[in-house]
Design a binder for this molecule. Sequence first.
Ligand code: 5GP
Ligand code: ZN
Length: 113
Amino acid sequence: MSDCLFCRIIAGEIPSAKVYEDQWVYAFRDIQPQAPVHILVVPRVHMDSLENVDNENAVYAEKCLQAAAVIARQEGLSGGWRLVSNCGPDAGQTVRHLHFHILGGRKLSDTMA
Ligand code: 5GP
Ligand code: ZN
């Protein structure tokens, strides 16, 4: 059994509120939403963060970006949305499995940092 939280969520060992899946990507609602819509988009293969994207796994990262736009449309975020990937401790990354936060459903802050 993996000790990675998101690998366990993808495997169905830990329950999640799924919003989208395909052969590369799994997406589910964040357990502590910071906006009316707060969804995590994760690649089905483990990589710690964007620092670990390489020629082998890049398709998974690319598919996350494509899926994010599909999900944003599905969630009705026609007014706009933000995609965030925290990378490393200074960015506050708490789960070491690459993920992208889709944030939307209200006017988001003007500052990003
Ligand atoms: P990070 O801080 O690494 O960029 O984002 C990790 C995110 O995972 C946080 O927004 C946190 O709320 C979310 N999270 C942590 N544990 C769980 C969980 O068990 N289920 C879900 N759905 N989200 C989680
Ligand atoms: Zn993982």
